[in-house]
Design a protein around this ligand. Sequence first.
Ligand SMILES: Cc1cc2nc3c(=O)[nH]c(=O)nc-3n(C[C@H](O)[C@H](O)[C@H](O)COP(=O)(O)O)c2cc1C
Length: 413
Amino acid sequence: MLQGKTILLGVTGGIAAYKAAAVASRLTQAGADVRVVMTAAAAKFVAPLTFQAITRHRVVLDTFDEEDASVISHIDLADRADAVVVAPATANAVAKLALGLGDDMLSTTLLAHRGRTPVLVAPAMNVHMYANPVVQEHMETLRRRGTTFVEPGEGFLACGYTGKGRMAEPEEIVNALISALTPRRLMEGVRVLVTAGATMERIDPVRFLTNDSSGKMGFAVAEAARDAGASVTVVAGRTDVAPPRGVEVVRVESTQQMYDAVLSRFPEADIVVKAAAVADYRPVAVADRKLKKTEGADASLTLALERTPDILKALGERKGPRQVLIGFAAETHELEKHAMGKAAAKRADYIVANDVSRPGVGFGHDTNAVSVYTADGLVEDVPLQSKRAVAERILAIGFEEYRARTAPGSDET
Ligand SMILES: Cc1cc2nc3c(=O)[nH]c(=O)nc-3n(C[C@H](O)[C@H](O)[C@H](O)COP(=O)(O)O)c2cc1C
């Protein structure tokens, strides 16, 4: 899949440098011509000879080691790269890349890279280093400039801590690279409507009922649809993360507002993915002034709640024959029964069910594992992986169905 592509693999000085050998090996096996540049620190963890043997090229460490007099090595490497992968990327390497420093061969080569070809960075570091605002700010700077991060996973780290910082698996890095290099405009002209985040139901001017949804899953769906060439609208409630660029974002607060925003846009949508976590109940009355606490024996407060409008059901009732409707169900038990029942009751084409009691699944996480059902049964188990990768699978299922319905000669056309 990478035949004819030259990949510049930057390896920096973290424990995960040993995993970079597997990245180099997979890239080579996929047909790429892999050129490895290591930092001096990286060479303390893994011998350059390992990469030389895998890639059949000399590994470059020193900016001034100009082996071929006809070129300037760092410019030549940068110019020839069809893509750049930095794996693992230390906190130091991320900072240097963001600040534009060029004090060794790798950082100098990355400075000479013109940004016309993809740059993928797979950070790997101690959990506290990764959470350090300075690291996060550098990553944000790089994202704004178009760098793609293959996010680290959560788990046991070599430093003894458990948390986020472990380099993504080599397979995930190579897959991310393949998708970055594969122009996918498959969904050109398809209109995708996505809901994301949590709704908020006001109790009084300063209090509200909400839930744990971070918006990451919905935004991942929106981003994947955008990258596939679709025109995307996201109706988003409260979210912990920023929406992707290049999509229309409609901000709402309550379930009623989300209902109105989604239903008004539904006639123009081809595929709807309802990833938002919507409140089932809202206070019957919203106090227009802050509720004051009472003291004494009967100091308890009872909040009367009423049902909110059911958005998925309303869409199911209005669905045209070509429209594909995908709902979500977060469950803690009897996943299959609830998902199939929900698909039937709401006339949804698919229900994406996640067992939120499993580690790494559902609310707030960067990863998810889901099972996709129709009213008739299981379509696909999507194993634990990044929300972006899960989003791509969900969209692929929805898009395949949409294509079948709109194909010439189909009953639905
Ligand atoms: C045993 C050991 C493990 C390390 N692991 C990491 C790591 O995983 N991530 C990281 O950012 N820095 C790590 N460091 C620190 C970096 O090696 C250090 O910041 C170095 O200057 C990075 O250089 P480079 O970015 O030029 O490769 C580690 C250091 C040691 C001694």
